[in-house]
Design a protein around this ligand. Structure first.
Ligand code: N01
Length: 511
């Protein structure tokens, strides 16, 4: 078997994996590969190409701190611009020579004797490569595996069917009867983008979301010039947005009543966008704002209120070859069925593939006790494995790129420590991981995500919130400011590796 030795193997080439590659390179940890299942960088911003796809976090903040972009056209950027930004940063980083595209990680198994990970990959072109890596850094993301609804008969549907994250651009929606299942962040962007084009649109709503106005605007040429030319201006602007967003944290985490003005704004948005009282009632949420992700749109409610659109609130009973039947017995014909039901968030698919020191898959551990990781990054029994966007690092109010940079900085510091101290492996203690999780779950009790009276993808089957971060993002930055060797079990370097040797050339060995 041909095995390629690398120091570090990064999984995924989205915002997280690319950030890891750049920061590893800058730290002199140059011997790495990035394994990416798609054919380019971009992750979720490469995959989600549905009409209307755009970010609901301001672009000035939803970008790397080390790669500011004065050229954003809008305050909330559309998907093509974000993807172009990620590609540009990747091109300019000088790291793309170590990216391996169209390749899936099949499995990763810890070899305790060698103190290395054995990672088997498969290429979409056929064949595969096995890597032996000192560390594995997962940037596989929480929103990368589309989730299909468990609805009877879905496989029998005879028309066109696709998930929002796998949009089929070959399908022409003009003049078709289209149904959208789901009313989350993706759906509320899709619905107004396609409503005028289709003959008829049925929007199947299980739970009404809160949708507040989208205060988006185009930057003028003068503004863009100023952001480019005036020293410090863009950083100041970004900092202002950052702190304004941090101001929302107490409303989510401690005192949901603070969000009442936002709730009023959302209800006013319904009144403004929809005339029909029955439809207004149907789309009015019955839980506290913030319990689910707060959505932003000026066009969603007007689209729902248009003549060719119906909001269906009766539960779906089954999908037939020709359409959808609801619990009240009504059958509605559908030509194109768009599934906007979200992603596998509380059972990360990558966990199925990773087997730790005791021979147990990570998914088995997390199935039993719920997804958890010390600082969202390290897991007991899984030495030298680091997560970016791991458990409890998601946000309801600010930019994931901030969290990604925090975690990458922690990981790079861990690698620096390993090299300088001569550690072959570092493994967080079970006690530290449990204490971290217990503290998070204690804090969760006070949050609107737990007390707001809704069910959401933030919660796992045990009812625990294993996805969101329940504190300020600067608290997370503080927690991840430096590696904490005191809560890790370390082992000396094995004979098969030399941490003092510095970055090495990739070498192929036979075994
Ligand atoms: O998915 P969702 P999404 N039958 O899980 C419904 C990010 N994002 O793709 O609320 C019927 O939010 C489900 O109903 P309910 C962002 O983090 C970011 O829209 O569970 N309906 C819900 O309405 C976001 O949170 C941007 O009762 C079913 C919908 O499907 C995350 O992606 C843009 C159902 C799923 O909503 C996911 O968003 C877009 C069933 N069996 C997305 N199962 C940005 O702008 C589920 N639903 C950054």
């Amino acid at each position: 078997m041909n095995v390629i030795n690398v120091d570090h193997l990064v999984i995924g080439a989205g915002f997280a994996g690319l950030c890891a590659a750049i920061k590893l390179d800058q730290a002199g940890e140059c011997d790495f590969v990035v394994i990416e299942k798609g054919s380019d960088v971009g992750g979720t911003w490469r995959d989600n190409t549905y009409p209307g796809a755009a970010c609901d976090v301001p672009s000035q903040l939803y970008s790397y701190s080390f790669a500011p972009n004065p050229d954003w056209s809008m305050s909330f950027s559309p998907q093509p611009e974000i993807l172009a930004y990620i590609k540009r940063v990747a091109d300019e980083s000088g790291t793309l020579d170590r990216f391996v595209f169209d390749t899936l990680v099949e499995d990763a198994t810890w070899d305790d004797a060698a103190q290395r990970w054995t990672v088997r990959t498969g290429s979409s072109a056929g064949g595969g490569t096995t890597y032996s890596a000192r560390t594995v850094i997962s940037g596989a993301g929480g929103l990368s595996a589309p989730k299909l609804p468990d609805i009877a008969g879905i496989e029998s549907f005879g028309g066109e069917l696709f998930h929002s994250a796998e949009w089929d651009h070959e399908v022409d929606l003009a003049g078709k009867r289209v149904a959208v299942i789901g009313t989350g962040a993706s759906s509320i962007q899709i619905v107004p983008a396609i409503q005028e084009k289709v003959a008829h649109l049925d929007v199947y709503q299980r739970t009404a979301p809160y949708v507040i106005p989208r205060n988006d605007r185009r930057y003028s040429r003068l503004e863009r010039l100023a952001l480019k030319k005036v020293p410090g201006l863009q950083r100041l602007y970004r900092t202002g947005i950052y702190w304004a967003r941090e101001g929302y944290v107490p409303a989510f985490t401690m005192a949901p009543k603070l969000a009442m003005p936002a709730q009023k704004m959302a209800l006013a948005n319904i009144r403004k966008g929809i005339k029909d009282p029955a439809l207004r009632a149907a789309v009015t949420p019955d839980y506290q704002i913030g319990c689910k992700r707060i959505l932003i749109s000026n066009t969603y409610y007007p689209a729902l209120g248009s003549d060719n659109c119906d909001v269906v609130t009766d539960p779906i009973a089954e999908i037939t070859p020709t359409g959808i039947v609801t619990a009240d017995g009504t059958a509605r014909d559908v030509d194109v069925l768009i599934i906007a039901t979200g992603f596998h968030t509380t059972e990360l698919p990558i966990a199925e593939k990773v087997t730790g020191r005791s021979g147990r898959p990570l998914a088995a551990k997390w199935n039993e006790s719920g997804m958890s990781a010390f600082k969202g990054t390290a897991v007991a029994d899984f030495p030298n494995l680091f997560f970016i966007v791991g458990p409890n690092t998601g946000l309801g109010h600010s930019s994931m790129v901030f969290m990604i940079e925090s975690q990458v900085s922690y990981i790079v510091d861990a690698l620096r420590t390993m090299r300088t101290e001569g550690h072959g492996s570092v493994e967080v203690t079970a006690a530290a991981e449990q204490a971290w999780s217990a503290d998070l779950q204690r804090r969760m009790k006070r949050t609107v995500w737990s007390s707001g009276g809704c069910a959401s993808w933030y919660l796992d089957k045990h009812g625990n919130n294993t996805t969101l971060w329940p504190r300020s993002t600067f608290a997370f930055r503080g927690e991840t400011a430096s590696f904490d060797p005191d809560v890790y079990t370390v082992s000396a370097v094995s004979t098969t590796q030399d941490p003092q040797a510095g970055p090495t050339k990739r070498e192929a060995v036979s075994s």
